[in-house]
Structure formats: structure tokens, C-alpha cells
Ligand binder design. Structure first.
Ligand code: SF4
Length: 309
């Protein structure tokens, strides 16, 4: 469609949660997109040099992805995820990404575009994407249809992931639940090497983000009714639901994550009888040190299972 800009999407942060929704939305409308490359050391270093020092590792990685898209597309898409209602909030850093990137790259000439998901202020997700589609030049009806189609695709993907995980837990062998935010666990430079290492050590790797979100959030609400961050609720709830079905739990965080600093502490105090390893990733983390800790962790599990003397 002429007049519609090519949209750049940073492959970071909530891309790992909503990426399919965004891509399917654009695709249904016939809008071309480009995706930044998978996360790597260079992207992280670039982002760390650009982002505020106090930003968490995930935000630093994100800014590196934004920089890699500068000049390669007409607009960079950075949605503002604020909340799905009064009791379902996102970490404020997600909300600040659009303004943060516009400020950091203000002299680049790059244009940005956002979509405001803020149910508390009259912009729930369907409405937000409808408005966003109109801004791109489509009718409200076309935009709503595209969101609906994208939303359905995302729902199906989540169901398939959950089903796959439920089947995995029935297999014999050491089962490790890896807890963390999707953009940390799935990033090829940040969390994925942890999952790869566990799998190569023949552990069955389960993930908190592969469980049904509402079920996890309900479990968290019973444990801590005041926890309001959606993603943290899901991590906490999934750990509580699965802790008795696994041999060990690895809590993976992006330093210095505010929500995780609280929820990890809560979980460590709550979990009994299952080894827990906490990995706080920062810009200096190398896989060598992490592998040593994972190796010892797996040895503890093998010892507890009577597989080591
Ligand atoms: S939840 Fe933690 S890791 Fe994620 S953006 Fe917020 S501070 Fe960063």
C-alpha cells in the first residue's frame, strides 16, 4: 500500500511477549516491517553506551536494537505498555521506552511511532491498536480486524507453548524450571545460553513464561495480593504452581531489576526443599562464570536424586 511507511521493530523487551501480535497486525494491514538482528554482545555494548546508567540490562539491550534500526526504516515502532487495568500494571520502564528512545536518538532524524496500551485511561489493547491503525492510514474497521486476527494468532501460539511444556514435564529426567521475563530468557545473548547449557546437560528445561498467564496470575494473587506487575505476577505464580514438580529452580534477572529484586526475595523465602539458583545478569556477565554455577547446581540436584555419591 503506497504512503505506508516501513516499520522497524526492535527485537527486544516486549517483542518476546507480543512480537507475533505486532507482526501479524502489520502483516494483515499490508505494512512492511523489518526486525533488528538477534541480540548479541555488540548490540548490548551499543545500547549500554546509549542508555542511562541506572537502566536495567534489558533496557540497555533494547536501546542497542533501536540504534541498529536507525536509518533503516521510516519509523521505529515502540509501543507504550502501561496497564491492562488498575490491578494489571507493567513495569514503568516499558512505558518509558518510547519517550526514552526518542530522547536518546533525538539528533538522528529517525522517526518513531507508538501505540498506547493504557486501559486505565480509556485505551485498552483493542482500542489502542484500532487508533494506531487509523494513525497509519487505515479505517477503524480494518484496524480492529487486524488486531483481532493478530490477537487470535498470539493466543494459539501461547496455547501450543503451554501444551508442549505440559508434555515435557511428563518425561523422566532432571527437570529445571527457569524463571524470568521472556525478553531475558529468549534473548540469544542474555538468557538463552542458560537454557541451552541446561539442555546440553540433559536437563528438561521448563519456563515460567510458557505457562498460561491467567492461571499463574491467579496463583500469585493468592500468595501476594499486592503484587501488581503483570509479568512478575506470572513469574511468581508459575514458580508457586510448579515448584513441587521440578528438581530445581533458576531465577534469572536483568540487573538491576526492581520488581525481580522483590519477587525473587519472596520466592527464595517461600520455596523449601527444592534447590534455587539466582542468576543476576549484567553487562559484565560472561557465560563462563554462569556455566560453573549451573554445573554445581545440577550436581546438587543429581546428589539429591541419589544419582551422585
Ligand atoms: S521488569 Fe525488570 S528487567 Fe524488566 S524492564 Fe522492568 S526493571 Fe527491567
Amino acid at each position: 500500500m503506497s504512503g505506508i511507511p516501513v516499520i522497524g521493530i526492535p527485537r527486544a523487551m516486549l517483542y518476546y511477549r507480543y512480537g507475533l501480535l505486532w507482526e501479524r497486525f502489520f502483516e494483515t494491514l499490508g505494512v512492511s516491517t523489518i526486525l533488528s538482528s538477534p541480540g548479541n554482545r555488540e548490540i548490548l555494548d551499543t545500547g549500554a553506551a546509549r542508555a542511562p546508567d541506572e537502566g536495567c540490562l534489558a533496557v540497555k539491550m533494547f536501546m542497542g536494537h533501536v540504534e541498529s534500526l536507525i536509518g533503516r526504516c521510516e519509523r521505529i515502532f515502540i509501543p507504550r505498555y502501561s496497564n491492562y487495568g488498575t490491578t494489571a500494571l507493567f513495569c514503568t520502564r516499558y512505558e518509558a521506552l518510547y519517550d526514552g528512545a526518542r530522547n536518546i536518538f533525538r539528533t538522528s532524524g529517525q522517526r518513531f511511532i507508538t501505540c498506547n496500551i493504557d486501559a486505565q485511561n480509556g485505551s485498552p489493547e483493542p482500542k489502542a491498536f484500532e487508533r494506531f491503525g487509523v494513525e497509519l492510514g487505515f479505517s477503524p474497521k480494518e484496524s480492529h480486524r487486524a488486531w483481532k486476527e493478530a490477537s487470535r494468532a498470539l493466543e494459539q501460539q501461547k496455547k501450543a507453548e503451554e501444551q508442549a511444556q505440559k508434555e515435557m514435564i511428563r518425561n523422566p529426567g532432571i527437570k529445571v524450571l527457569v524463571a524470568g521475563h521472556s525478553y531475558v530468557l529468549s534473548d540469544p545473548y542474555l538468557g538463552k545460553p542458560i537454557l541451552d547449557y541446561l539442555i546440553s546437560s540433559e536437563a528438561i528445561c521448563l519456563r515460567t513464561d510458557a505457562l498460561e498467564e491467567e492461571t499463574s496470575r491467579r496463583a500469585c494473587a493468592q500468595f501476594s495480593p499486592t503484587c501488581r506487575w503483570i509479568v512478575s505476577e506470572e513469574v511468581v505464580g508459575a514458580v508457586l504452581l510448579w515448584k513441587d514438580r521440578v528438581d530445581g529452580i533458576v531465577l534469572v534477572s536483568a540487573f538491576p531489576c526492581g520488581p525481580d529484586s522483590m519477587t525473587n526475595e519472596l520466592l527464595i523465602r517461600r520455596i523449601r526443599g527444592v534447590p534455587v539458583l539466582t542468576l543476576n545478569l549484567d553487562t559484565q556477565s560472561g557465560m563462563a562464570g554462569v556455566e560453573t554455577r549451573l554445573e554445581s547446581f545440577l550436581d546438587i540436584i543429581r546428589f539429591q536424586r541419589g544419582e551422585m555419591v
